[in-house]
Write a protein that binds this ligand. Structure first.
Ligand SMILES: Cc1cc2nc3c(=O)[nH]c(=O)nc-3n(C[C@H](O)[C@H](O)[C@H](O)COP(=O)(O)OP(=O)(O)OC[C@H]3O[C@@H](n4cnc5c(N)ncnc54)[C@H](O)[C@@H]3O)c2cc1C
Length: 389
């Protein structure tokens, strides 16, 4: 493992070491075998839950560890650096932020302790729709209020882990787009009990490039009691935005973990592999891309740390969270390609795991928000350039 020179508190160091040691029980063969079967890492998620790593962001009064974004980032970074894939479980960590920040006390008492213990899985986050794509305010899934419940009809796509979750955090229109002043109004956020509504929800797995348990979800008069509306009706879009900063910092952490995985493996292989009677790492054509990717990843990590510290201090970190996700995903993609080049033909052999991580690392350039949209956000909102779309 290459050195990464963290400036961390003793508690943060302890978290890093503990998660690293948990991950050693789930070596790369474990992940490769699941990938081949497109199967969910149930044993791994259970181990993380039992050791309390998925509830660190939940305050102590609701059964969690009450830690911050930096600590949560360290956990996910270590999982991905070990060769694992946090995508199986990361949502359990941060999706509850909508309840924590915008829910009422009754909802916090009802949901958070059970999410903290793992009794309730809140792993599904339904925003993206086939037609709207990145233009979230154009979503069409509609929740119509009828007495003491909302009745939901519509469709989501790319709803990951829906089959491995009890609840879904759902964004739906409650007022048609042509009847609101601002297109960001009239959207509402709900906690949908998917087990209770199983006969009104159709979940169809998507055969995807990576093992991510991602699905399409169809709602046919699915019911949500009014008590499960988060915050005020019509204000869901702003609640989702506030949660996105947390998501982006954590995704940046996973991506940093992937990047360091590629650097670790590349350095090891470039030192071991001898061709033309010398280690391939002696060739600058092999060495330089690895060194450059390492520097880029270290820089992205600093932006991630900065965003995490701002988040924990309650400072608006929209720009930093987005930039961290962008920088980490791009740096890691360079590291992924450097690893493929270093491994030569063996990069393509599944038993070396590089090709699996290569596929997994590519996701973060596209999701949870595509890097084009991050660049345009920085251009418009940080630099004051004209809106491009
Ligand atoms: C494996 C996986 C898991 C996912 N999990 C979830 C999940 O759990 N929950 C969920 O809600 N969503 C999830 N998503 C969806 C993900 O957030 C979206 O795929 C992503 O936001 C991009 O939306 P889109 O695919 O509709 O692309 P589109 O919006 O159709 O964009 C296509 C391309 O056009 C570009 N583009 C579009 N508009 C502009 C513009 N104005 N300027 C410049 N470029 C533009 C984009 O950058 C992109 O490259 C997941 C996706 C994947 C692949």
């Amino acid at each position: 493992m290459v050195n990464t020179y963290e400036v961390e508190s003793s508690e943060q160091e302890m978290i890093r070491k503990s998660v690293r040691s948990l991950c050693e029980r789930f070596p790369e063969d474990y992940w490769r075998e699941l990938d081949e079967r497109d199967a969910y890492p149930t044993a791994f998620v259970q181990a993380l839950t039992e050791e309390g790593w998925l509830s660190v962001l939940i305050p102590e009064e609701y059964g969690g560890a009450g830690l911050g974004m930096k600590e949560a980032g360290i956990i996910l970074e270590e999982i991905n650096r070990s060769g694992g894939n946090s995508g199986a479980c990361h949502a359990q960590m941060y999706t509850m932020g909508a309840v924590l920040r915008h829910g009422n006390e009754e909802q916090k008492q009802r949901f958070l302790p059970k999410i903290a213990s793992g009794e309730l899985r809140l792993q599904a986050f339904g925003i993206t729709e086939p037609t709207a794509g990145s233009d979230t305010t154009s979503i069409e899934t509609f929740a119509e209020k009828k007495g003491d419940k909302y009745v939901v009809n519509g469709q989501k796509i790319w709803t990951s882990r829906a089959e491995h979750s009890d609840l879904m955090l759902l964004l739906a229109r409650t007022t048609p787009r042509d009847q609101v002043k601002k297109k960001t109004d009239g959207l509402s956020l709900f906690l949908l009990d998917m087990k209770d509504q199983a006969d009104r929800i159709d979940i169809r797995p998507i055969d995807a490039m990576i093992n991510h348990a991602t699905t399409e979800v169809f709602f046919d008069n699915a019911e949500i009691p009014v008590e499960n509306l988060i915050g005020e009706e019509g204000k869901g879009f702003r609640y989702v935005l506030s949660g996105m900063n947390a998501e982006r910092i954590l995704i940046a952490s996973e991506s940093v973990g992937d990047g360091l995985y590629f650097v670790d493996r590349s350095v090891q292989y470039a030192n071991e592999r001898v061709v033309f009677n010398r280690q391939i790492g002696q060739n600058q054509g092999v060495q330089f891309p690895i060194s450059k990717a390492y520097m880029d990843i270290q820089a992205a990590k600093l932006m991630r740390d900065n965003a995490a510290e701002m988040f924990d201090a309650g400072i608006n970190c929209g720009a930093e969270a987005n930039m961290a996700k962008y920088l980490a995903s791009e740096a890691t993609w360079r590291a992924a390609n450097a690893a493929m080049d270093t491994y030569g033909g063996y990069g393509f052999a599944k038993e070396y795991n590089i090709e699996r991580k290569f596929r997994e690392a590519r996701l973060f350039i596209v999701a949870p928000i595509s890097n084009n949209l991050v660049v345009s956000f920085v251009g418009q909102h940080v630099l004051g350039l004209p809106r491009s779309y």
